[in-house]
Design a binder for this molecule. Structure first.
Ligand SMILES: [Zn+2]
Ligand SMILES: [Zn+2]
Length: 667
């Protein structure tokens, strides 16, 4: 290796990096240099240096090909009380800052302020940031105060502050592992399906490069309570002590629910997620424990495991490259499925191979789309992709268009409004709940439905509050509406968030029409059952489904026409004679439909050589595979891609490929 080139890992990299940092940041009065997880943190005693030399810090990061963060040495930071006072004294009189909205992160030396007018607070050229840093040693970040308070985010922030010393120790341990010397090198690349291959549920895929092992998703099947709901974690290839990293694509139960279990059995490595996935995931996992207990079952793990998971979470924004192992770099890109959802791009072996895991995603063409969308479609443009793991939930099915689905829903609402009935819409708390609220909000604005009350029950409020924390990640029309016009689709005079029995009774017994959104989406539990019990026997009412109903669930039984339902209540069976109309609406799905999957492949750049289909019923995956086989030329592939539909426990060799063997088998 020539003297100019800097190796990307190992002891040699570390010592070269330290030498370059000392050279570049001379004058910063460096007190220590730490490898904290994927980042290199440089602690300095001269805070003025940071802002005067931002260009130099950027150059350094480019040279080292790593994230370099420069922080003040904790010993030169002013006390938190003094810093709060200083910030308040500098805020212009027309900007409101509540002292409770000033929070500190000791690990990174950051003070976060929520303000109603962030731009005004920061001043021209962000002068305030400079002043605060120079005077107090804290790096200032200002965010727009979201219109809804998120209790989850508050408690996460509190927890992160309390555990900051522990988190820093954990990050350094993780850094040691990421920047270790290569032991054997990238000898091969293979995947092992631990779950979600030829099925929907318990997503978990092991990526093994010989040098390192990465787990993509750690889910559980929502439809089962037994051990079969877990991925095949007991195969000999999967050893927690050998696992370098867990990467979570999004916060749905079938992708996250077994993650705390890994911590219960001794995993202490990093968990990479986007910031909204962190928030939603912690909310969902805590709720998952509660729900299990309420159903009288023993949860698989406790809050203790969630706490230890929290010290190992590393958040990564979209489109930012980070090292997760000596030979693996990760980039999250938008997947358009739910807030924070991502496709996972892995760059393996310093230029050797690139794998894209779509996980669950939504795709549509912005130019021609006419739906009311909360999220932008998935990204389709990449640097390199040799192999693609493609979800195929809707591989065989083309539901009606989103536009038509919205039209149908508004029609039903107009119908109940005329008959003075009530419409119940069971929804999942994450994703569909917010999508429907947005559709209702725009319909009210455009006067396509009358001004009737909308009751919202279940965790939907908490999750909607999270959506308002990240307006920059929403589809452009929503983003503009929220950031520049002060509108909030999750709050309007018609909207009532149900948080006690009184409001619930009001929703059920009030005279006049109403819309009721409640969890759970498949009616397997949650407040929706209360509404159903009380409203089912009135024929003016309507029950509509806006998402998939799994076989065996109450939602599916009703959709298939069952009209006598037994519900258990305080140890007694109550028979309900269903007289309301049950009308499922298709087309609101958060997954790419069959035509969208093919369209995604058509616009995907560059084209992969290998396509692995997962996250779908076998028949869906077969049908999708067949469609790709028949139309690869139309989709813009130069050579036919190799398509495989493996089952769980199969191991798929991605690299190296012996083409001679492949050809021999094909003919
Ligand atoms: Zn999902
Ligand atoms: Zn899924």
């Amino acid at each position: 290796m020539s003297s100019g080139e800097i190796p990307e890992y190992g002891r040699e990299f570390r010592s070269r990096a330290i030498r370059e940092i000392l050279k570049y940041l001379e004058g910063a009065d460096i007190s220590s240099i730490e490898f904290e997880g994927p980042e290199i943190a440089v602690y300095i005693r001269n805070p003025k240096f940071i802002l005067e030399n931002e260009e130099k810090i950027k150059e350094l990061a480019k040279l080292l090909k790593k994230r370099v963060v420069v922080r003040t040495d904790p010993r030169v930071r002013k006390s938190k009380e003094a810093t709060i006072q200083y910030i308040l004294s500098l805020a212009p009189s027309d900007v409101t800052v509540d002292p409770r909205d000033i929070q500190f992160d000791d690990v990174i030396g950051e003070v976060r302020v929520l303000a109603d007018k962030p731009g005004k607070l920061l001043g021209k050229g962000a002068t305030l940031r400079y002043q605060i840093l120079a005077e107090t040693g804290w790096r200032l970040e200002v965010y727009r105060k979201p219109p809804m308070a998120s209790r989850v985010l508050e408690s996460i922030m509190r927890h992160l502050t309390i555990t900051s010393a522990e988190r820093r120790r954990a990050l350094m341990e993780i850094g040691d592992r990421i920047y270790r010397d290569i032991v054997v090198g990238t000898k091969y690349i293979r995947l092992i399906g631990l779950g979600s291959f030829s099925e929907v549920g318990r997503s978990a895929i092991l990526v093994d490069t010989g040098e390192s092992r990465i787990l993509l998703d750690a889910g559980m099947s929502p439809s089962s309570n037994s051990i079969d709901a877990l991925p095949y974690y007991w195969v000999p290839e999967f050893r927690l002590e050998d696992l370098d990293a867990v990467i979570i694509a999004h916060a749905h139960i079938d992708h996250i629910a077994s993650l705390p279990l890994l911590f219960k059995y001794g995993y202490r490595g990093p968990v990479f997620v986007t910031p909204p996935t962190r928030d939603t995931m912690l909310l969902m996992l805590t709720d998952f424990i509660e729900v299990t207990k309420k159903e009288g079952r023993e949860p698989l793990y406790t809050l203790k495991e969630i706490a230890s998971l929290m010290t190992r979470i590393i958040t990564v924004n979209y489109d930012t490259v980070v090292d997760v192992a000596p030979d693996v770099k990760l980039t999250f890109v938008n997947a358009g499925h739910i807030l924070g959802s991502s496709m996972v791009h892995l760059h393996i072996g310093q230029g050797l191979f690139n794998l894209l895991y779509t996980s669950d995603f939504k795709y549509y063409r912005i130019k021609t789309d006419r739906g009311r969308r909360l999220l932008p479609p998935a990204n389709e443009d990449f640097h390199r992709v040799e192999a693609l793991i493609l979800e195929g939930t809707y591989g065989a099915k083309e539901p009606q268009s989103r536009e038509k689905a919205e039209f149908d829903l508004l029609n039903l609402i107009n119908k109940v409004s005329e008959s003075k009935g009530k419409i119940i819409i069971p929804v999942m708390a994450v994703g569909r709940g917010q999508e429907i609220l947005y559709v209702l909000y725009t319909a009210l604005k455009e006067k396509r439905i009358p001004e009737i009350p909308i009751y919202v029950d279940g965790m939907i409020y908490e999750v909607s509050a999270l959506y308002t924390e990240y307006p920059e990640l929403l589809a452009k029309p929503v983003r503009d509406m929220m950031m520049y016009h002060g509108e909030n689709p999750f709050q309007s005079p018609n909207l009532v968030y149900v948080n006690d029995e009184d409001k619930r009774s009001e929703a059920i017994y009030s005279q006049g029409p109403a819309i009721i959104l409640a969890t759970s989406g498949m009616m397997t539990g949650g407040p929706v059952l209360e509404y159903f019990k009380h409203l089912a026997e009135d024929e003016r009412n309507i029950l509509t489904f806006v998402s998939y109903q799994a076989p065996g669930t109450l939602a599916r039984r009703l959709a298939e026409g069952e009209r006598e339902i037994d519900i258990y209540e305080d140890g007694q069976v109550k028979r309900i004679k269903v007289k309301l109309s049950v009308i499922p609406i298709e087309g609101f799905t958060g997954h790419a439909t069959r035509s969208e999957l093919l369209q995604f492949l058509r616009y995907l750049k560059p084209k992969p050589k290998i396509i692995i289909l997962n996250h779908g019923e076998p028949s869906s995956l077969l049908s999708l595979g067949q469609a790709i086989k028949e139309s690869w030329q139309k989709l813009g592939f130069e050579t036919p891609p190799e398509i495989s539909i493996p089952e769980n426990l199969e191991s798929i060799r991605l690299y190296p490929r012996n083409t001679k063997v492949q050809i021999a088998l094909e003919y």
